[in-house]
Design a protein around this ligand. Sequence first.
Ligand SMILES: NC(=O)c1ccc[n+]([C@@H]2O[C@H](COP(=O)([O-])OP(=O)(O)OC[C@H]3O[C@@H](n4cnc5c(N)ncnc54)[C@H](O)[C@@H]3O)[C@@H](O)[C@H]2O)c1
Length: 594
Amino acid sequence: MAREFRTVGVVGLGTMGAGIVEVFARNGLHVIAAEIDDDAVARGLSHLDTSTSRAVGRGKLTQEDADALLARITTTTSMADLADADLVVEAVPEHLELKTGVFGELDKVCHPDAVLASNTSSLSITELAVRTGRPGRLVGMHFFNPAPVQRLVELVGTVVTEPGIIDDLKAFATTLDKVPVVIGDRAGFIANALLFGYLNHAARMYEQRYASREDLDAAMRYGCGYPMGPLALLDLIGLDTAYEILETMYAESRNLMHAPVPLLKHMITAGLKGRKSGRGFYTYAGPHSSKVVPDAETPDGTVPDDVAVRDIQRVGVVGTGRMAAGIVEVFAKAGLDVVVRGRSDSKVAAALAELRKALDKGVVRGRLTEDERDAAVARVTGTTRLEDLGDVDLVVEAVVEELDVKRAVFAALDEVCKPGAILTTTTSSLPVVECAVATARPGDVIGMHFFNPAPVMKLVEVVSTVTTSPEVAATALKLCERIDKVPVSCGDRAGFIVNALLFPYLNDAVKMLEAHYATVDDIDAAMTMGCALPMGPFELLDMVGLDEALATERALYAEFRDAGFAPAPLLEHLVTAGRLGRKTGHGFRDYNVR
Ligand SMILES: NC(=O)c1ccc[n+]([C@@H]2O[C@H](COP(=O)([O-])OP(=O)(O)OC[C@H]3O[C@@H](n4cnc5c(N)ncnc54)[C@H](O)[C@@H]3O)[C@@H](O)[C@H]2O)c1
């Protein structure tokens, strides 16, 4: 018979513990919550109060239910009070010795049948288990932050876990409306093992001043649809907790991507632990507040007086592919005159027809009026002659992703475009500076990396090379605002911000699958339900195309030479076998091919 968990205990009422208590109490369970002293109990209760009041404010909980929920919680500063619990979840800070001490005490006071669980994000469950007198009944039960919101629970069994316990906990987690995934004991389990390399990488970009904190975060929100940027997420997780997780992961993987960046240590030493201390990468209204307040790093959005922004009214787009067509649509809808240049009359005609079709769709969906559509169409002219771009103020090059072709286009544009015209490329992986030096105006060349589909995706990475002039960068940023995009500034290196952060993470997911640690479905579930990402890594890889992903990963590996970036052999094999994802009907999953 499955064991029942009627009375549950939680040790530690911090960021996670308070959330876990709320999950249990919301589901009608009596919870005994233990903390270190009265002050910590008061802090924990205030977390609970804030969280339940917020739920009431948002109409997700009635005041009556909130009161009943809080009434089901008993707090204590004595472990002895956990004697009656059927299950105790430990959520104290991420230190092996501290957790060992807590479990040692629990082992003494809890009845022999009680199950002990750790909410550790990275420490070895096996190591914790064997230090108690009940190694078979100590498992991992890893909730995600914020616990009342994120549905994933990673259930971690060890080689000595008693049969049945994981199944019972799985059933129990389901009754809490959580989605359990069952895995073995490995640093970072599924979600953190994939998430923390990415977070650390973002912290490194910030440390290297590759991009500002605001731009790093905006890039992942608007380029990938993530609910939060990486630095804001590190602040939410807590920099001290994140540091410990990375330390443990590095100790196991020896992968430099997991070696915590030095800046994290400095910030923790200085007391900048994230939201909990009121300051981390961002500054908050106070400790535990989620409200970001301006500080010395907050950009004021103004262009310095000595930087003259150029006037852009007429733009050129070179290319008639998917990106070019989307960019033409964006410009035309924003009221700019557009000249689109294709290689043949038929390509130009097809691009104009596509534009018309896309705008018609917008009318049908009520996104623009017929007059607006007609005005947008009238603003666009097509040509096969590059000379017709002679009078434009800015050009976006969106031809095939081949350096020689792009260099030739830039050399030709340089010949025909008027002095002062800005030449931009929407390359996603080639060095922008290569395009710049193909011209006699390298100061006027910049990257404007739009995302696919351009009319939908808000982000544009504005990529300055070592030669780009400040005026040109300021003009490109201003233009992005005019066309209703969110621009972020970054330097000219492989992957810019988004792809450099995204693809190593996708690659890590493939490596995890290759190591048979978890299934495609469990990994996707972990990232969507544990980290609230809009798509799991395999769903995304199949959509992007495995060949495209491999090309991007190879470009990143070639530039940074970081062993952790080396493409997973499984990805190479799938590409070799022609399993490229949705477009071929087979990738990590199989699709119905019509
Ligand atoms: N922060 C996250 O996003 C996150 C997500 C999932 C799991 N985790 C894991 O959850 C655990 C807790 O992390 P957190 O972020 O909640 O930390 P936290 O620092 O916010 O909270 C830890 C709490 O434990 C209390 N505590 C310390 N020693 C204690 C003891 N001996 N007895 C009782 N209480 C004690 C502290 O007073 C504090 O309130 C860690 O193992 C962490 O890795 C964290």
